[in-house]
Design a protein around this ligand. Structure first.
Ligand SMILES: Cc1ncc(C[n+]2csc(CCOP(=O)(O)OP(=O)(O)O)c2C)c(N)n1
Ligand code: SF4
Length: 273
């Protein structure tokens, strides 16, 4: 309920800067609901973001927050988690922030399986700077820098993160908010690197250019073009082609980075005695 999460918002920072119909508030609410329902200590919770419309979420969330530089949220978050492994560390990142300039940080944080929960707000575009294409702009879609349609291949960021070593991966959308909230809860419960792709809508910098209509029409589009991953597994690839697959995509157990680091220190301290 909204009442339960109001305390997790910085009311003095309202109104927010997001455009009417933007999906960012929906993803932020899913994060707050997940944090609230898992009952983690909010005094020991840190949220780190880069730069972009989505990254402004750290300004509105009532935790210890860091609004850092474009693409570098995971580098800052890694420092926070290594210095104080007892903290619950989240990263809020945009598709541009986290998959382009911050792509290498994403690969290596996943590779280390460091216990950080990343929520990537994927609106398929660089929203804040007016609509340049990002690595997650689908093939053929229009952007200020792709006036004839994006000729890059469509890129699956969850596959990249899986290949790199993440131990929890899920995809939700701003239409499927219950699923999105559950996935963020799954990320919190996983002791290791967790990645949740939150497919969002940017009616201003993406929707207008791609003639997707109003925000409710973009939501309708998300509903029609998504499918639960479990249902997709039972269908042939031709029926799944182009669909956004939502749900838990991957989970495994693997040693966590800060725990291994602490064990190493303890081993050498013992040796020195
Ligand atoms: C080093 C650096 N390069 C470029 C920029 C300009 N810049 C600010 S936000 C942004 C893109 C944001 O897009 P995304 O991460 O997808 O987030 P959104 O705004 O869509 O939520 C860029 C390129 C910057 N601030 N710093
Ligand atoms: S430009 Fe797009 S992503 Fe940015 S606040 Fe507006 S609708 Fe949201």
């Amino acid at each position: 309920m909204l009442k339960d999460i109001e305390k997790l918002l910085r009311q003095d920072k309202m109104p927010h800067i997001w455009c009417p119909g933007c999906g960012n508030g929906i993803v932020m609410k899913a994060m707050l609901e997940a944090i609230n329902s898992t009952g983690i200590d909010t005094e020991k919770t840190v949220v780190v973001s880069g730069i972009g419309c989505s990254s402004r979420a750290t300004g509105y969330m009532n935790f210890d927050t860091l609004h850092t530089t474009h693409g570098r949220a995971l580098a800052f978050a890694t420092g926070v988690k290594l210095a104080k492994p007892e903290l619950n560390v989240f990263v809020v990142t945009g598709d541009g922030d986290g998959s382009a300039i911050g792509g290498n940080h994403l690969i290596h944080a996943a590779r280390r399986n460091i216990d950080i929960n990343v929520v990537m707000f994927n609106n398929n575009i660089y929203g804040m700077t007016g609509g340049q294409y990002s690595p997650l702009t689908p093939h053929g879609k229009f952007a200020t820098t792709a006036p004839y349609g994006n000729f890059d291949r469509t890129f699956n960021i969850c596959d990249l993160v899986k290949g790199a070593g993440a131990t929890f991966i899920g995809r939700g959308t701003v239409f499927h908010t219950k699923i999105l909230t559950e996935l963020i809860k799954g990320a919190i419960e996983n002791k290791g690197f967790s990645f949740v792709e939150a497919v969002s809508i940017c009616p201003i910098s993406y929707g207008r250019r791609n003639k997707m209509g109003t925000a409710p029409q973009m939501m309708e589009w998300l509903k029609k073009n998504s499918m639960p991953v479990k249902a997709a597994e039972k269908l042939g690839p031709e029926k799944v082609e182009g669909k956004i697959l939502v749900g838990e995509l991957y989970k495994e157990e693997a040693p966590e980075f800060t725990q291994k680091y602490d064990e190493l220190i303890a081993r050498f301290q013992k040796g020195a005695e």
